[in-house]
Every structure is written in structure tokens, then in C-alpha cells.
Design a binder for this molecule. Structure first.
Ligand SMILES: Nc1ncnc2c1ncn2[C@@H]1O[C@H](COP(=O)(O)OP(=O)(O)OP(=O)(O)O)[C@@H](O)[C@H]1O
Ligand SMILES: [Mg+2]
Length: 493
């Protein structure tokens, strides 16, 4: 074989390698020859990838939240940016298209965008092949989209929906990144919910036992004690890592949640992603996906993660805002159909991983406006979650905290993960509690004759014990063993 001065094989040499028809037995493959061929293949691929043009589109229309760009082809979900004259830039995401035009939703305010402004794609280019090393396996479109920091470097940190630190503690250490949309787990490979999870709240541990990898909804109106209850679980749950997504809530609450409710001990093993109400709808959606992506990464490492999302309703509202802006017709109570597709897509990412991986136990708060349990988002959430804890306003108003309505709440995994005795005890307490509530008015006016209903007699006698059992102070931790012990004590006649 002839080799040129540059070290590359000459054309003669390549031509020499063409197989010749002979009667001899087939030759063993020549390793040297194969390496040269693959080298040449890589080189020609590299040349094919060179793109001499910088592709830019132009903004042709801005209405309300949506920009229309033309002259650039990008996939739905692709990220792009618009350079501004003052040196800044507006980042945006492709949320739809109309003929040749792309519909873009900005991540920040639109001030400074001019008619005809250029639009550039931010997609990570295909990895450039290095001759002789080969190409990485083919990747999904999502993997080529933007990546955000994940992993241990985030512990104890507070970041926004794009992974930028909000706590003033400098850049996030480490260089582990992941795309916003993780890989879907094959449902048959998911580990089932088998272990109980100690959340440190007596009423939940004993009456609504949560399993590792379960996804629960916390349904309540405003000001009934959702944040306080979530904070208690964040502090007391036996989890390796806690990921908190504060989506669409008041900005003031973010600091309050971190400083007062989570506290320094809670924050040390937590990651907080904050996308409060004043950021764009896109960032609120992204915040929820990002918090889930962070949790997914820890689950991959085999950790047991507690994911707290406050709130799922605000996530749905952000999707409604976007869908209506790009022209999707509203269907149920002003919510377009895409909202009801987005909710399960987000929720299904949490739960147990494949066998051998860790778990994500998730709590999503769901606002029930005016304590209306029939709200379409509440309805849809109840159907896709593995249980719901309902907080009751009248309990909260009477100073009964946490205001968990044990009659309306249910944990769908409890049956599989608790003992028969535990289930019987929980059922009995629930029966006594309900029996008392049903007859409360009769008892109050003195119309009930003791002795006519033996169970009601017990319920009346035990009322104070039951209420004391169900209530818990903000800074009191009740572990699983104590919770069960106290349940047994409460039932003792
Ligand atoms: N376990 C508790 N013990 C004593 N007080 C409590 C407890 N839980 C909640 N509260 C009281 O309820 C108030 C409201 O709670 P919280 O802020 O958690 O409500 P929220 O449902 O998150 O409200 P919002 O909808 O406004 O976010 C708290 O400020 C606190 O005074
Ligand atoms: Mg709150």
C-alpha cells in the first residue's frame, strides 16, 4: 500500500484494496486496512457536516405573548435566542408553527425586540466526530436540546427554572447536565411500591401511609396550611434528597419557605427550584420539568428522593396561558386539551425507577379554589395520582392543624404496604371519627341519648384523644413507630 507524505493513504492504495475475484480461500480481514477505511469514512462525514452558512430567522410579528419567526426551521421544543441592540438577548422556545412560520414563546420580557430582529437556534449541534474514535450512538431530539445542571452540586442551593443560582452563593459546582425531559421508564420495568415511607407526620403515617415511590396530591384552598405541611414533610421525611419546585406561587413565599419552613437543616439536603408567579409562563412550565429532571438524576444514582411541587395547579395554568396564546381552543372551564395531556406526562416521570434504581416519592399541591373539589385540574390530578390528602378549611379555622380531612383523603398504596392490624386500626379510628362528625349537631343540642348507639358512645368518649392524635405542632416530628404506637394507644378503651 502506498502512503503519501501527509500520512494518508493515496487513492491508488485505496483502489488497491478493492476485493479481487480469485479462487483462493477468503482472506482474513486486514485490521490495518479496516482502520484506514474507517478513518476515511469519518473524514468524509466531517466534511459533510461543515455548514458554511449561519442560519438565522427573522421576527415578523409579536402579539401578546407570542412571536412569529420566519426563515428558520426548528423542531417544537427547540430553544432559540434573539440578540438585542443593547447587547442583551431574549431567549425563546418553539411552541408551534403555522406554515413556514414558527411560533415562539419568550422566556423573559420582550422589551427591545425590533421588527425583523434575527433569531438564532440554540440547539446543541450534533457532536463533531473525531476521526478514528467513532460517533456516539444516535441521540433523541430531546438530548440535543438545552441541558441544565443536575447532580450533587445543587444540594443546598436555590436556583431558577434555568438552573441559575438565586442564592448568591456563586456558580453551581460540577458539570453534570441533563435535558429537561428524561427518558420514559418502561412501565413493566418500574419497581412496584413495596416499602412504607416515614414522612414524620402522625396523621399521614398512621392513617394515610405513603409508600416509597408513591405520588400524592395535597388538595386545599388557599391559606389552609399546605406550605407548612409540605415543610414538615421536607424536614422529617426519611429521604436522601429533597427536591422542591416552587411553581407560580408568590415570590415572597419562596424566601419564607426556605428560611422559616425548610430551615437550614432541611435546606442542606434539598434543592429548591423557584419559578414564582412573576416569571413567564414558559419558565413556570420549565421550572416544574427542571425540578423533575433533578429528581430523576438523583433517582438514577440510586437515591430515594422526595419531590415537592407547589403547585400543580399553577403548572396547569401556565400551560393554559401558553396554549391559549398560540390559538388552541379552550375546552373544559377555559383549559385547552393540551393541559390535560401535560399533567400526566409530568407526573408519570416520578415514582419508582427501574429495579436497582432509587425512587421519587412526590407530593403535588392542587389548589381547590373556593374549596371546590370539582375543579377540572383537581379532578384530573385525582385521577392520575396514587392518592390525595385533602386539607379542610373548617378544621384549619378551628385551629386543628395539620387540617387533614381523614374522611376525604386516601392513600391508594396503603393497602399493599401496611399490615392487616394497621389497616384495621386505621379503619376503626376513621369510623369513630366519622360517627362523631355525623352526629355532632344532635350531640350539641343534647338530642342524643347515650346508650342508643354503642359506637357513637365510644366516639364521644374518645373524641378528644382522636383530635389530639390527629393534630401536630409545626416543630414536632412523629416517626412511623411512634405514630403506630399512638394510634394503638388512642384506640385502647
Ligand atoms: N401545623 C400547624 N400548626 C400551627 N399552625 C399552622 C400549622 N399549619 C399551618 N398553620 C397556620 O396556617 C397558616 C397558613 O399556612 P400555609 O402558609 O402553609 O398555607 P398555604 O395553604 O400554603 O397558603 P397559600 O395558599 O397562601 O400558599 C400559617 O401561617 C400558620 O399560622
Ligand atoms: Mg403556600
Amino acid at each position: 500500500m502506498t502512503i503519501s507524505d501527509s500520512g494518508l493513504p493515496t487513492l491508488d492504495a485505496v483502489a488497491d484494496n478493492s476485493p479481487q475475484v480469485t479462487n483462493e480461500p477468503p482472506k482474513q480481514p486486514n485490521v490495518h486496512e479496516q482502520r484506514w477505511q474507517s478513518y476515511l469514512r469519518d473524514c468524509s462525514e466531517l466534511i459533510n457536516m461543515v455548514d458554511p452558512l449561519e442560519v438565522a430567522g427573522r421576527i415578523v410579528k409579536v402579539t401578546g405573548l407570542v412571536m412569529v419567526a420566519t426563515g428558520i426551521k426548528m423542531p417544537i421544543g427547540g430553544a432559540c435566542f434573539i440578540p438585542l441592540q443593547d447587547g442583551g438577548r431574549v431567549e425563546a422556545e418553539v411552541v408551534g408553527f403555522d406554515g413556514e412560520n414558527l411560533l415562539l414563546m419568550p422566556q423573559t420580557a420582550l422589551e427591545g425586540v425590533t421588527p425583523g430582529a434575527k433569531v438564532f437556534s440554540m440547539e446543541i449541534a450534533e457532536t463533531v466526530p473525531k476521526p478514528q474514535i467513532g460517533r456516539p450512538p444516535r441521540r433523541r431530539a430531546q438530548d440535543r436540546a438545552r441541558h441544565f445542571p443536575v447532580g450533587d452540586g445543587l444540594l443546598g442551593r436555590v436556583v431558577d427554572a434555568a438552573g441559575n443560582p438565586l442564592d448568591g452563593l456563586g456558580p453551581i459546582p460540577g458539570d453534570v447536565t441533563a435535558p429537561l425531559n428524561g427518558r420514559v421508564i418502561n412501565p413493566l420495568q418500574r419497581a412496584p411500591i413495596e416499602d412504607t415511607l416515614d414522612v414524620g407526620v402522625r396523621a399521614i403515617n398512621a392513617m394515610l401511609t405513603v409508600g416509597r415511590g408513591q405520588r400524592m396530591g395535597l388538595f386545599a384552598g388557599s391559606g389552609v396550611g399546605k406550605s407548612v405541611l409540605l415543610g414538615m414533610m421536607a424536614r422529617y421525611t426519611t429521604a436522601d434528597v429533597i427536591v422542591v419546585g416552587l411553581i407560580g406561587e408568590r415570590g415572597r413565599e419562596v424566601q419564607e419557605f426556605i428560611e422559616q419552613i425548610l430551615g437550614p437543616e432541611g435546606l442542606a439536603r434539598s434543592v429548591v427550584v423557584a419559578a414564582p408567579a412573576d416569571v413567564s409562563a414558559l419558565m413556570r412550565l420549565q421550572g416544574a420539568s427542571y425540578a423533575t429532571a433533578i429528581a430523576e438524576r438523583f433517582r438514577q444514582q440510586g437515591k430515594n428522593v422526595l419531590l415537592i411541587m407547589d403547585s400543580l395547579t399553577r403548572y396547569a395554568m401556565a400551560q393554559r396561558e401558553i396554549a391559549l396564546a398560540i390559538g388552541e381552543p379552550p375546552a373544559t372551564k377555559g383549559y385547552p386539551p393540551s393541559v390535560f395531556a401535560k399533567l400526566p406526562a409530568l407526573v408519570e416521570r416520578t415514582g419508582n425507577g427501574a429495579r436497582g434504581e432509587g425512587s421519587i416519592t412526590a407530593f403535588y399541591t392542587v389548589l381547590t379554589e373556593g374549596d371546590d373539589q370539582q375543579d377540572p385540574i383537581a379532578d384530573s390530578a385525582r385521577a392520575i395520582l396514587d392518592g390525595h390528602i385533602v386539607l379542610n378549611r373548617s378544621l384549619a379555622e378551628s385551629g386543628h392543624y395539620p387540617a387533614i380531612d381523614i374522611e376525604q383523603s386516601i392513600s391508594r398504596a396503603m393497602h399493599n404496604i401496611t399490615s392487616k392490624e394497621h389497616q384495621q386500626a386505621a379503619r376503626m379510628l376513621k369510623q369513630w371519627y366519622s360517627r362523631y362528625l355525623r352526629n355532632q349537631d344532635l350531640i350539641a343540642v343534647g338530642a342524643y341519648q347515650p346508650g342508643s348507639d354503642p359506637m357513637l358512645d365510644i366516639a364521644i368518649r374518645k373524641r378528644d384523644d382522636i383530635n389530639a392524635f390527629l393534630q401536630q405542632d409545626i416543630d414536632e416530628c412523629a416517626d412511623m413507630q411512634h405514630s403506630l404506637q399512638q394510634l394503638a394507644n388512642t384506640l385502647t378503651l
